[in-house]
Ligand binder design. Structure first.
Ligand code: ZN
Ligand code: ZN
Length: 343
């Protein structure tokens, strides 16, 4: 079979590999869609300390079961979606239900071969934490593969308590930003504003997800304050790896506002300036977000199936496995919303 393997930063190869064999407690799937995101672009450029090469990449995975003899409850033909982040299920955090911050977390495409392959084995550890989800009828494989990033977005908005009547600002109009806009609407947000420094990408995203305003320029804080009659936004989500965006987010939040630092910052530059008195007097809440739990993935699939968060129109590019590198290039240049690979 064909796979896309990471060997070193800047070195991803399309190679022939033997089909993997499912062991006890494992399920083998025919990958139908594995979508790409900024994380793949980051791995391609810099590698990752959890990836020991060579490793098949790809973590936004949907496909069809072809072999399930070793795993109870699954049968060939089952349509499935696979979690990306695998909690251990046994540590103190997992036992408290905080699976997104499991310190023993492993990941598909990092610790295990991922979905940029024709076939893939779902590790027993994934099955043990209910990380293999049935794709609801009516949901295609490409849409199902987007359940993983949507699950992360859902985790972020739960932590930031996005709800009825909120004015929400989303900073960053990539695929994650688009999912944030749509999810905020489905959770009852009053108005959603989309901000980006890249005018072209903002225009493309705004055309699809139709925010109440698309905000761009040097003075985004002032623009958001103006749009909210000086109040600021109830929730600001930074869906960009930008310290400047995080600093702006703090300044455009309303009193008792919640700020989600959804996107992480570059490891070599993670420190921002924060006016602590803004947090103190305005009773701001700053929350993080680290991936998603298996339960978030299941709920994200439901949101897609119910039409609460449509995703099919966000998939702007479909590429064969042989063009993975082009896909990653398109993602890193910000030319697409969502790129999916169809091995
Ligand atoms: Zn991803
Ligand atoms: Zn754990």
């Amino acid at each position: 079979m064909k796979v896309a393997r990471f060997h070193a930063p800047g070195d991803i190869r399309i190679e022939e590999a033997p089909e993997p064999v499912a062991g006890p407690g494992e399920v083998k799937i025919r990958v139908r869609n594995c979508s790409t995101c900024g994380t793949d672009a980051k791995i391609y450029k810099h590698g990752h300390h959890h990836i020991r090469p060579p490793r098949v990449m790809g973590h936004e995975i949907a496909g069809e079961v072809v072999e399930a003899a070793g795993a109870e409850g699954w049968a060939p033909g089952d349509r499935v979606q696979v979690i990306a982040a695998i909690p251990c299920g046994a540590c103190g955090e997992c036992r408290r239900g905080r699976m997104t911050v499991c310190p023993n977390q492993e990941s598909m495409g990092y610790h295990y071969d991922g979905g940029f392959a024709e076939y893939m084995v779902v590790p027993a550890k994934v099955l043990a934490v209910d990380g293999l989800n049935r794709v609801p009828d009516g949901v295609g494989f490409a849409e199902a593969s987007v359940a993983e990033p949507l699950a992360c977005v859902l985790n972020g908005q739960e932590l930031a308590r996005v709800g009825d009547g909120d004015d929400v600002v989303v900073m960053g109009s990539g695929p994650i930003g688009c999912l944030h806009v749509r999810l905020a609407r489905s959770r009852g947000a009053a108005r959603v504003f989309l901000v980006d420094v890249n005018a072209g990408r903002l225009e493309m995203a705004a055309g699809l997800v139709r925010p109440d305003a698309a905000v761009h320029g040097e003075d985004v804080v002032e623009q958001v304050l103006k749009l909210t009659d000086g109040r600021g936004a109830d929730v600001v989500v930074t869906a960009a790896a930008s310290g400047a965006a995080q600093e702006q987010a703090l300044r455009m939040a309303a009193r008792q506002g919640r700020i989600s630092f959804f996107g992480g910052l570059p490891k070599d530059n993670p420190v921002i300036r924060c006016d602590s008195n803004l947090v103190h007097y305005r009773e701001l809440t700053i929350v993080g977000a680290n991936g998603s739990s298996p339960a978030h993935n299941a709920r994200a699939l439901r949101l897609i199936a119910d039409g609460a968060v449509p995703v099919s129109d966000l998939i702007t590019h479909r590429l064969p496995l042989s063009q993975v590198l082009e896909g990653i290039g398109i993602v890193s240049r910000g030319e697409a919303i969502k790129v999916t690979v169809e091995p």
